[in-house]
Design a protein around this ligand. Structure first.
Ligand SMILES: [Fe+2]
Length: 135
């Protein structure tokens, strides 16, 4: 979702992570739901859609000169982090896994989706990181 992409850009700037790969992750993290119309297991099912989508992009005129192409290493990173984005209660040591979960948590909150109890520590931690008083 575009809103997730914008939120993750902000967090990536703050955390010193690669802004563009984070934005791509944010934009396509729900691709399985978008492509299939079904939300069940959409995080893990995303693995079926990521590489074909990126390869289609890489073949497009926008990426043809190579400077805007997404590398195999970046595809591998997307395939590692996106399938984990629904496990909000699980803390990872992988900064890109965590940032996608955090951005999705904030995005869902801003869209008025109820924050499940197990997701609340993450929500409060990210809001505090952004300087909001959560007490
Ligand atoms: Fe999702």
């Amino acid at each position: 979702m575009i809103s997730t992409a914008q939120i993750i850009r902000l967090l990536a700037l703050k955390r010193g992570l690669d802004v563009e790969i984070c934005a791509i992750a944010g934009a396509i993290h729900d691709i399985a739901t978008m492509e299939s119309g079904k939300a069940e297991n959409h995080a893990t099912r995303a693995i079926d859609y990521i590489a074909p989508l990126i390869n289609e992009y890489n073949e497009s005129k926008h990426a043809k000169n190579g400077t805007l192409a997404i590398t195999d290493e970046e595809i591998a990173l997307l395939e590692e982090i996106i399938p984990q984005h629904c496990s909000k209660e699980v803390l990872s040591t992988h900064p890109y896994v965590e940032i996608l979960k955090d951005a999705d948590t904030i995005d869902r909150y801003l869209h008025g989706v109820e924050t499940r109890e197990m997701e609340q520590p993450r929500l409060f931690a990210v809001l505090a990181e952004l300087g909001f008083d959560v007490n």
